[in-house]
Design a protein around this ligand. Structure first.
Ligand code: GRG
Length: 310
């Protein structure tokens, strides 16, 4: 059994930053190792497809959403085995969405995670197929008997993921974003980012509740926390798009501005957008009081999201 000794106590102040960085690094290594084992080998036919899938995923992502699934299930005292398949599934969906977002018909991005975007290395059609394949693999993983997820839990997990990806989730959010412009309404901005970005944070956390056999009260509390950090994540992303450094971000800043998209920064200005992100993070962490020290990783992750520079 994989266990996380790092849950044993709640560190404070600067010690919390150090412990969180160790925790993130250890969890990232665990997830990367499992993704590497899970993805088919690059020698499989048709080779460009499998090579593109591996290029898309195994390229240095922060793995925050997968780590969030693990954090929640660990807080609920579940062994990592219960949460690994949904954590990997969330990460595959996230990577798939980044590849689609980067395509010429979307952002036409040059860079992702400090490397040429998927469609700059592989033909555009293969890149789209790789993104589709990763999305499908996420469902395969959860229904794979090797992960021993009880059938009723697997059905709930698959339903949750399908909702999150679909028209009421990320696809809807992306479509709203594509239509947005300098004069878009606040309602459209909120809809876009709730669905395009926050929805996957909420689902990652809720998968952790399912893996940890949490109650409906856990589900409601953890969903509220994840929605708030998901929105803060996007506001910080909008801020970094304006102020960030290409070397740290690993992607070209300024794309939102070039495309004339509505962002939290365009709507509120830099200072107010930052204050809204701070309030959202405070709201998120206040909602964790019931869990006491057991929720230190979730509190630390919320602060990390606010302070991140990449
Ligand atoms: C059908 C899965 C699917 C998607 C189609 C393209 C699309 C709809 C949605 C786009 C979702 C998207 C790209 C949202 C942006 C969220 C965001 C700011 C991502 C950056 O996340 P990080 O910084 O990335 O965690 P790393 O590289 O660390 O993984």
């Amino acid at each position: 059994m994989i266990c996380c000794a790092m849950l044993a106590f709640a560190p404070q102040g600067r010690d919390m930053d150090t412990r969180l960085n160790e925790y993130l690094e250890e969890s990232r290594r665990l997830i990367d190792a499992h993704i590497d084992q899970t993805l088919p080998p690059p020698s499989m036919h048709p080779k460009p497809l499998y090579q593109a899938m591996r290029y898309c995923v195994l390229n240095g992502g922060k793995r925050l959403r997968a780590i969030l699934t693990l954090m929640v299930s660990r807080m609920l005292n579940a062994p990592d085995e219960a949460a690994l398949a949904p954590a990997l599934a969330v990460e595959l969906i996230h990577c798939s969405s980044l590849a689609i977002d980067d395509l010429p018909c979307m952002d036409d991005a040059e860079l992702r995670r400090g490397k040429p975007a998927l469609h700059k290395v592989f033909p555009e059609g293969i890149s789209l197929m790789a993104a589709d394949a990763l999305m499908n693999m996420s469902f395969e993983l959860i229904s794979d008997p090797a992960y021993l997820i009880p059938d009723d839990v697997a059905v709930k997990m698959i339903g949750l993921l399908a909702d999150t990806i679909g028209p009421h989730g990320m696809v809807g959010g992306q479509a709203a974003d594509l239509q947005s412009g300098p004069d878009s309404s606040f309602a459209n901005l909120r809809y876009t980012h709730m669905n395009k970005t926050a929805a996957l944070f909420v689902t990652a956390a809720r998968l952790g509740v399912l893996a940890g056999n949490g109650t409906s009260a856990d589900d409601a509390r953890i969903s509220g926390y994840a929605r708030a950090i998901g929105i803060a994540f996007q506001i910080v992303d909008d801020i970094l798009d304006l102020t960030g450094d290409v070397a740290l971000l690993g992607k070209q800043p300024g794309i939102d501005q070039q495309r004339g998209r509505m962002t939290f920064v365009n709507y509120y200005g830099l200072n107010k957008a930052r204050r809204i992100a701070e309030n959202s993070i405070n709201w998120a962490t206040n909602g964790l009081a019931t869990y006491g020290d057991r929720a230190w990783t979730l509190r630390a992750l919320a602060h990390y999201i606010l302070e991140r520079d990449r």
